[in-house]
Design a binder for this molecule. Structure first.
Ligand code: SME
Length: 151
């Protein structure tokens, strides 16, 4: 229980900090880079933290923190594409069991993908976080990361 409370508190602090920081510019790249940096450095279990942007039907790498990632994700394959096509947050507790999982780094074992949805209800990208731990992400991560991407 204490772990859950601590996680909630940490997300709350991060959210409040990001809410101030995003006011500095409306530029999406700047905002995504700021979100990736803060999340990555404040959440110890985040091994890779970043964005993929949907451009001309392809998922192309955006701002991120962590080890080198795939620049383009093969269409309709893996966790990120599942987030795009379902328009829902996807949690993969064990990425090795996820159909078509794209292993950009073999050290990742679990993953959460949150779609970025515009005012017309169209997906324009995803926030993707990988962990070296199995089963690192819960509904607490889902709820807070969904709030954070709305920033
Ligand atoms: N594992 C993702 C690809 C992106 S990397 O994790 C950074 C996927 O299956 O879509």
């Amino acid at each position: 229980m204490a772990d859950k409370e601590n996680l909630e508190k940490r997300y709350k602090r991060i959210y409040d900090q990001l809410r101030e920081l995003v006011l500095k510019t409306e530029n999406k790249i700047a905002r995504m880079a700021t979100i990736a940096a803060i999340l990555h450095h404040k959440m110890a279990q985040f091994f890779w933290t970043g964005f993929y942007i949907l451009i001309d039907g392809e998922l192309i790498i955006g701002p991120y923190q962590g080890p080198l990632a795939c620049q383009i994700l093969e269409k309709e394959k893996g966790v990120c594409w599942a987030g795009v096509t379902s328009k829902k947050t996807i949690i993969a507790p064990d990425v090795h069991k996820f159909p078509g999982h794209v292993a950009c780094d073999s050290r990742s074992n679990s993953e959460i993908v949150v779609p970025l949805i515009d005012k017309e209800n169209q997906v324009w990208g995803v926030l993707d976080v990988d962990s070296r731990k199995f089963d690192a992400f819960s509904d607490i991560d889902k709820d807070w990361l969904e709030k954070i991407v709305k920033l």
